[in-house]
Design a protein around this ligand. Structure first.
Ligand code: G1P
Length: 913
């Protein structure tokens, strides 16, 4: 792969960027989206799809490979008198032959991309035609599912040019399922209508997994001249537009400059539709321009054309809506703004800041690289995305968290199909359900963050329902008495709906995996853990890595409970009486060294909650529960430290992270080379299980066995063969995805863990590595932002929709800038390195806390390094503020901050001495 490619460059301070020759990079795509549910991706050749959900695609669904394998995409054609057809997208057969840099200079088109939040502008200039096109695309922030495109054609020569413009948007208009299933038959459902302004397709029926239903959803392409002129006519059917033997990149209607095949009022049936709109011939004088607006809309029924014309179809409206849309997105991403010595990094972070919102809107499915492609979102992603949303959209979060807890089952596992509505969880009709053993750990991590940010401990005492389906005992059994008609809410024996506190939900999520120990007395791997690809060790596999995570949670939960007791003064909490058996320390303590002893407890519990619960609750002393959790935490920590600390022949030492389905330890020396995972290190460090010395040793082992100078910190070392006793991940080529790529999510969590434990220099090296890999466009070939992973070739993959963005934002704010809640108060504990302070010795962040906007400015005139400074003065809006000094930082009370007006930016200055 060539590396002498010019990278994108930021222009100005808003995060806008420019990329020359973007069309010479494959797989580049950019998101366009709105809260109304319109989702698009767009490439430099205007490829990418436009859709509202899995069953509602305006254009044909694409995956990464179809971006170049098929060129049936948005296009805007010009037939220039005397010169012939030319595509503003560069998507014509003839332009493809001149595509590469080797084209004759006289033929080489100048192509430039400019993009920002969230708009995409492509400028293409043809020296042969003396014509420049500028195409701006965006989805207006507003109530409609509509993507807009403004095309400006400018005559750059010294003679008048006469052009015949044609917008061409292939209209697929149906469910993604129909790509293979019934592709042709579903086109027979198409009813195509033309009007004065464009072409509509309203399929008569929809064929998808919901059955065959009468359809009203309509897919429309409208076109208008910028100053209001209607189109000249239409080519409403694909076959008529491309012609026999033609294609979307060499369509007969354009190449032969044929007259339109239909005017307004035409009705066609049973054909693949084309949103091909012919405009009137136009003569453009030297230096002059001509503007066209194209709209692509999805509506619930036939379109209200007058409304769309008024709202969208003029240059003035387009420009107004574009500004409104930019302001909307800036309102989101500017919620957190970093300022350091490296402005380029700060601007790059703006794109990372946007990403959690993109995942909220797109799930994991609707970009050209996608995992599960049907629009589902995963349980752990749901919770981790909330981390960032809490920083950016805090108002929404309490309700979101509360609703999500309704997905927990009484056995501590959870529903895996997440419905469209908040708090809606759907029974898995699949007969081989899985439990991902890490799922119980994330909700508490997110809830703890929420409690720290807000101090809202009452949240733990709110009551929520439990999810119920046919699966019991963490999907190892079936409740034959359950039927879909009995619904997805857990009931009491008396038939009422059972509700327990959020605390009760969290406790169950930790206690059942604690007792579900494998033969080495770590938590069982079950269906998999964070690494979805470790899915072939359900019988005997153990996740040591996540056992450490749960141990850390048990300890923190104990501390939260003690805080709850102190703050509320209430000594007891109500818990389902069945679960008391899980707090063994309360009456007959179990020997945790005994795996069978643990299983007995769990089986007793399972036996009581298999169908319904009694509904009876017992008030239990909070300190006794806290003590029980702490006993479990201590036992686990000791067990991990003493049993899983391993050494290799080369003298490296680290934590083993897994046992496989043969019950064998996974990590350490092996005839095929040293086997090591990053996951196995991250959670012992983050949870506090690893001692200070162990952290130091792990860092060295990671640097030796996982750090690669080309692609950074790998998720695992090369295992050398497929691992049928561990998981499908090892079937992937080494260096890709969950087998040894630089998997951003885990690498960012590694950095987070190092910062959390005070290993700042080492944590920064990890963050720097991620950033430089992503920002090295010649290798990564992605726009600004963080991808799911960097592959063996250095390419950024699955851009935009990744949980790593949430974690990176969080790590920067909470750890590096040290701005975090402590049970509702504001704790400032910077871990900034000397080189992060600008020339004036300043580093700052704008962020929200306690419903107020703050500009938090650290002054470090001597640019001292972390470890050699402490906060010695705190000034709020120009006046010395009272604070409590704590090790490494200071705490400002919530009452001080929430007393400030909420309509302005407050400046909090901290002097580092
Ligand atoms: C993706 C999934 C995440 C999973 C990870 C590893 O990561 O979304 O749930 O844990 O792969 O299998 P992401 O895209 O969030 O970086």
């Amino acid at each position: 792969m060539s590396t002498n490619v010019q990278k994108w460059k930021f222009s100005g301070t808003d995060g806008n960027f420019i990329l020359q020759d973007p069309h010479q990079t494959s797989y580049l795509y950019f998101p366009l989206v709105n809260e109304a549910g319109m989702m698009s991706s767009i490439t430099p050749l205007f490829h990418g799809d436009i859709k509202a959900n899995h069953n509602t695609f305006l254009s044909e669904p694409v995956s990464a490979e179809s971006l170049h394998n098929s060129r049936a995409s948005r296009n805007f054609w010009v037939y220039a008198e005397g010169a012939g057809p030319w595509s503003c997208a560069g998507n014509s057969a003839i332009q493809h032959t001149r595509h590469f840099a080797a084209a004759e200079p006289a033929e080489r088109e100048q192509v430039k991309l400019e993009a920002g939040f969230l708009w995409h502008k492509l400028t293409r200039e043809s020296p042969l035609l003396s014509l420049k096109s500028e195409v701006v695309s965006f989805i207006p922030a507003g109530p409609d599912k509509v993507e807009l495109m403004k095309v400006t054609l400018t005559n750059t020569g010294d003679r008048a040019i006469t052009v015949t413009p044609t917008a061409a948007i292939p209209l697929y208009g149906r469910s993604a399922d129909d790509l293979r299933d019934h592709r042709h038959v579903t086109s027979l459902l198409h009813r195509i209508y033309t009007s004065a302004g464009g072409i509509e397709v309203q399929p008569a029926l929809s064929f998808d997994e919901r059955g065959h239903r009468v359809n009203t959803v309509t897919y429309t392409v409208l076109g208008r001249e910028g100053d209001g002129g209607n189109p000249a006519g239409f080519f409403p059917a694909a076959e008529g537009f491309i012609g026999e033997g033609g294609s979307y990149e060499w369509p007969e209607a354009v190449v032969l400059n044929s007259p339109p095949q239909a005017g307004p009022g035409a009705v066609l049936e049973g054909l693949e539709a084309a949103g091909a709109i012919r405009f009137n011939d136009a003569t453009i004088q030297p230096g002059d321009s001509k503007v066209y607006i194209v709209a692509m809309a999805i509506t619930e029924d036939r379109i209200d054309e007058e409304y769309f014309k008024r709202e969208y179809m003029s240059e003035a409206q387009f420009d107004r809506l574009l500004e409104k849309t930019k302001a909307y997105w800036h309102g989101k991403v500017d919620a957190v703004q970093f300022h350091s010595a490296d402005q380029e990094f700060d601007l790059w972070m703006k794109w990372v800041t946007l990403q959690p919102i993109l995942r909220r809107l797109y799930g994991n499915s609707f970009m050209p690289h996608h995992d599960y492609g049907r629009g589902g979102r995963g349980w752990r992603d749901l919770w981790q995305d909330c981390l960032a949303l809490m920083i950016m959209e805090p108002e929404e979060v309490r309700g979101l968290l509360f609703n999500n807890f309704a997905g927990v089952r009484i056995d501590g596992s959870n529903a895996t199909i997440i419905g469209r509505l908040p708090g809606e969880f759907v029974a898995d009709r699949n007969n081989i359900p899985r439990v991902w053993m890490d799922h119980g750990a994330w909700p508490f991590l997110t809830t703890l963050f929420y409690l720290n940010q807000s101090g809202d401990l009452d949240f733990l005492l709110q009551e929520q329902t439990y999810f119920k389906d046919a699966f019991v005992n963490r999907c190892k059994g079936r409740d034959e008495s359950w039927t879909p008609e009995s619904g997805n809410l857990l009931r009491t024996a008396g038939g009422g709906i059972y509700r327990g506190t959020i605390l009760e939900h969290i406790l169950l999520q930790h206690l059942t995996p604690f007792y579900l120990a494998g033969e080495h007395n770590h938590m069982r791997l079950e269906g998999a853990d964070w690494n979805d690809g470790l899915d072939m060790a359900a019988d005997r596999g153990e996740s040591v890595a996540f056992t450490a995570f749960y141990a850390g949670n048990l300890r923190e939960l104990g501390a939260v409970l003690r805080e709850l007791r102190q703050r509320t003064g209430s000594g007891k909490v109500d818990l389902a009486e069945e679960m008391l058996v899980l707090f063994d320390s309360l009456d007959h303590p179990v020997d945790y060294d005994s795996v069978s002893g643990k299983h007995e407890v769990l089986n007793r519990y399972y036996g009581q909650v298999a169908g319904t619960v009694s509904g009876r609750r017992k008030a239990v002393d909070i300190s006794l529960i806290a003590g029980d959790l702490e006993r479990k935490a201590s036992w686990t920590e000791n067990h991990l430290r003493s049993k899983e600390w391993i050494a290799s022949k080369d003298g490296s030492e680290w934590f083993n992270g897994y046992y496989n389905n043969d019950g064998d330890r996974v990590e350490g020396d092996h005839p095929d080379g040293v086997r090591m995972t990053l996951t196995g290190q991250v959670f012992p460090i983050m949870s506090g299980v690893a001692t200070e010395e162990q952290v130091g040793a792990v860092i060295q082992a990671v640097n030796r066995h996982l750090l690669d100078s080309r692609i950074g910190y790998r998720l695992n070392s090369r295992f050398g063969s497929i691992q049928q006793n561990l998981g499908r991940a090892f079937g992937f080529a080494f260096g890709h995805k969950e087998n040894g790529a630089m998997f951003s999510h885990m690498t960012v969590m590694y950095a987070n863990a190092l910062y959390k434990r005070g290993f700042v220099k080492e944590g920064k090296a990890v963050l720097d590595s991620i950033y430089s890999l992503c920002a090295d466009f010649g290798q990564s070939r992605i726009y600004p932002g963080i991808p799911e992973y960097i592959n063996e070739q250095g390419r950024g993959m699955y851009h935009y929709l990744t949980g790593s963005a949430s974690w990176l934002l969080l790590t920067l704010l909470i750890e590096v800038y040290g701005v975090k809640g402590r049970m509702g108060d504001l704790l400032l504990e910077p871990k900034l390195s000397s080189e992060q302070f600008d020339a004036d010795g300043k580093a700052s962040v704008k962020a929200r806390f306690a419903g107020r906007h703050f500009h938090i400015v650290y002054h470090n005139p001597a640019r001292k390094d972390y470890g050699s400074y402490h906060i010695d003065l705190c000034v709020l809006n120009g006046e010395a503020a009272s604070y409590e000094a704590v090790s490494g930082g200071c705490v400002l009370s919530r009452s001080l901050l929430s007393g400030l007006p909420d309509d302005r930016l407050h400046v909090l200055e901290l002097r580092l001495e």
